[in-house]
Design a protein. Structure first.
Length: 345
């Protein structure tokens, strides 16, 4: 009986031990581009394995199928205003696109009907990114107004949105803001979210409870100018994350622009300093690789890391603003007048 119990415990231990993933030494890729006329596209999201949604700079919201065909394209104009979209999110019920600039307009596209579910008028308004925690709870972030980040919250699936008062948020510094580079200023894992800033400060704002309470952490990422700071963040799980950025006006300069955390964002370690990629607008973990494989993109090209971001190699000179993975071997990218599907072999 004793031996049976010991054998059972050994089998249980082995069955619960997860086999360590061995990262691919290099990525071999193919890219199929789709022309998006007269529109800069910084916001894309994966719907499923066969389709994506995007929002562009000319008020265009579109659905693209796996074959590269446009299934739906909606052009939005409101009172002669053509919204420039850089924030995009979705639920099973609808698509949400948020414009930059004054006035800020948040559109809901649901049941083939478009309506404005939030409007904000202020000379300093500028929204940068948006995501949903789940089917009911969503969040959007914009540049500071009145010494705090502009943070919108929905609790009803996007039908209504409200702005968090500054008294419930950490104070921002003069010259601290966010970048609307790729709709990845926000990373979400469960009920936790991390929001990144740049400018004269490069920090990470953290909420463990979908926006109810907040903390803020310093980072070693380059700061000091309006164009420097953190442009993008991703978390593989609630502990492991990566932040990247640099200086958009000096995209080949030697800057502290990549950092890792393994304690949920409390502290950050600079990696691959003064080495390419030296400017990054979007970084994403490749799914199902145990946080080892990471891809970063910018107008400088596409870069791959097999060791969680500690070192990188260039896999393409093709420049993009943003990337999202549908699977371990498939991703979608967006850029100036283009969207592309990337296959990894």
């Amino acid at each position: 009986m004793k031996n049976t119990i010991i054998l059972f415990l050994i089998l249980t231990i082995f069955s619960t031990c997860k086999k360590e993933y061995k990262a691919r030494e290099a990525l071999k890729i193919s890219i199929k581009k789709i022309k998006i006329d007269s529109s800069s596209v910084r916001a894309i999201e994966i719907i499923n394995d066969s389709s994506i949604i995007y929002a562009g700079s000319m008020g265009n919201i579109g659905l693209i199928t796996n074959s590269g065909e446009f299934n739906t394209v909606k052009k939005i104009v409101t009172d002669t205003i053509v919204p420039n979209f850089r924030s995009l999110a979705y639920t099973k019920e609808g698509i949400y696109a948020l414009s930059i600039g004054n006035p800020a307009l948040l559109y809901q596209y649901k049941n083939n009907t478009v309506k404005i579910v939030y409007k904000e008028e202020n000379k300093n308004v500028f929204y940068d990114a948006m995501q949903f925690f789940d089917e009911l709870n969503g969040i959007a972030v914009g540049d500071p107004i009145n010494d705090c980040l502009s943070i919108l919250i929905t609790r009803d699936g996007g039908n209504t949105w409200g702005k968090i008062a500054c008294e419930f948020l950490p104070k921002t510094f003069d010259g601290e803001a966010a970048f609307a580079a790729s709709n990845t200023n926000i990373a979400i894992v469960g009920e936790k979210a991390w929001i990144v800033t740049g400018g004269l400060k490069s920090r990470v704002f953290y909420t463990p409870d979908m926006g109810l309470t907040w903390e803020v952490y310093n980072t070693p990422i380059i700061k000091g100018k309006n164009s420097t700071g953190i442009y993008t963040v991703d978390f593989y799980n609630k502990k492991q994350g990566i932040i990247c950025g640099g200086d958009y006006t000096d995209k080949f300069g030697n800057y502290a622009n990549k950092a890792l955390t393994f304690n949920g964002g409390k502290t950050w370690e600079l990696v691959s300093e003064s080495k390419a990629p030296k400017y990054i607008s979007c970084v994403q973990y490749i799914p199902n690789t145990q946080g080892k494989e990471v891809v970063a993109v910018s107008t400088n090209g596409i870069f791959y890391s097999k060791n969680s971001g500690r070192s990188w190699e260039k896999v393409s000179d093709e420049g993009f603003y943003s990337i999202r993975f549908a699977s371990k071997n498939t991703a979608w990218l967006s850029g100036n007048e283009k969207i592309a599907k990337m296959n990894i072999y």
